[in-house]
Design a protein around this ligand. Structure first.
Ligand code: AMP
Ligand code: MG
Length: 269
C-alpha cells in the first residue's frame, strides 16, 4: 500500500490548493484492501494505545476539522472504536459560552489537551477561531490574523512537552455535502443530525475553502502537521486516518516502563 502519510501531508511552508485535491480520491486503494487494512490497523492501535497508557510519558492529540457533514463524528466512531475508553478523551468544541467567552480562545483548548498516557481527540478545535471566526467576522481581521502564529507557538509548546499532534482536515465535495444533508433529512435515524444552520453555512463554502487553505499553509508544521484527507468515501477516510495514527504511534517507539521492583525476588503465600 502506498505511503498515505507522505502522500496526504501538507508539507510545512507549502501552499495547498484544495481544488487540486480530489475529495473522492482513493490513491489506487480498493475498498476491499482498505477494509482489510483498517481491521489490522484497529487491532494494532489497540496494542499501541495500551503501550502509550503503560508508558504514561507522552500523549497523542488528534485534531479533526472539516466542513459540516464532513465525517468528523464518523471518523471517531470507526477509527477509535477499538480503543480502551479509559485511555481516550474526546472533546467536541461548540460555540464558546459562559466561562469560555471570558477567557482567551486557547484557554478551553489547553484544558482539554490529553494528559500523558492518553489519546485526546478534538472534534473541532482552536482552528474554529481562524475558520468560523474569520468567515463570519466574529473578530476583526487584525485579531484573527495574529492567531496563526499564536497557534503555532501553542502547538510547539505542547510538542516540546511530550504531546504528539496530528491534524486532519476531512475534505468532501460540495455535492457530497448535499448528498449527506439529504440523507439527514430523509433518513429518520439521521434526522437528529440535521440543522437548518448547516444549509445557511453552505452558502459560505468558498470562504471556508479560502480559510482552510490559509490554515493549512500557515499552520502545518514539522511538530504538528496537517493532513488533507479525501473524505467523500468514508472507507478511504477511515483507512487514511487509521493508517497515519497507527504509523505515528508506531514511530514513537513506546516502551513498557521498567518493573518497580526486582520481580524475581518477590514471594508471597
Ligand atoms: P457541531 O459540530 O455540528 O456540533 O457544531 C458546532 C458549532 O460550533 C459549529 O457551527 C462550529 O462552527 C461552532 N463553533 C465551534 N467552535 C467555535 C468557536 N471557537 N467560535 C465560534 N463558533 C464555534
Ligand atoms: Mg453540525
Amino acid at each position: 500500500m502506498k505511503d498515505l502519510a507522505r502522500t496526504l501531508i501538507v508539507r510545512p511552508g507549502s501552499r495547498c490548493k484544495l481544488s487540486s485535491i480530489d475529495p473522492a480520491g482513493t490513491h489506487g486503494v480498493s475498498k476491499r484492501a482498505a477494509d482489510a487494512r483498517l481491521k489490522k490497523n484497529l487491532e494494532r492501535l489497540s496494542v499501541l494505545q495500551y503501550l502509550l497508557y503503560a508508558e504514561a510519558g507522552r500523549a497523542l492529540l488528534v485534531v479533526l476539522q472539516g466542513i459540516d457533514a464532513g465525517g468528523k463524528d464518523g471518523t471517531i466512531r470507526h477509527v477509535m472504536s477499538g480503543l480502551n475508553p479509559q485511555g481516550v478523551e474526546v472533546t467536541s468544541f461548540k460555540v464558546p459560552e459562559g466561562e469560555e467567552t471570558r477567557h482567551d480562545y486557547l484557554w478551553r483548548i489547553h484544558k482539554a489537551v490529553p494528559e500523558r498516557g492518553k489519546i485526546g481527540i478534538f472534534n473541532r478545535s482552536h482552528y474554529e477561531d481562524v475558520l468560523v471566526a474569520r468567515v463570519h467576522n466574529l473578530v476583526p481581521k487584525p485579531q484573527w490574523s495574529r492567531r496563526y502564529g499564536q497557534i503555532n507557538d501553542f502547538e510547539r509548546m505542547l510538542s516540546e512537552n511530550r504531546v504528539r499532534i496530528l491534524k486532519f482536515l476531512l475534505y468532501i465535495s460540495k455535492d457530497e455535502q448535499a448528498k449527506r444533508f439529504r440523507e439527514r433529512i430523509e433518513d429518520k435515524e439521521k434526522n437528529w443530525k440535521f440543522s437548518p444552520a448547516d444549509i445557511k453555512e453552505r452558502e459560505y463554502w468558498d470562504q471556508y475553502i479560502t480559510a482552510y487553505q490559509d490554515m493549512l499553509h500557515k499552520c502545518s508544521t514539522e511538530e504538528a502537521p496537517w493532513y488533507v484527507i479525501p473524505a467523500n468515501h468514508k472507507w478511504f477516510r477511515n483507512l487514511a486516518v487509521s493508517e497515519i495514527v497507527r504509523e505515528t504511534l508506531e514511530a514513537m517507539d513506546l516502551k513498557y516502563p521498567k518493573p518497580v521492583a526486582d520481580l524475581s525476588s518477590i514471594q508471597f503465600e
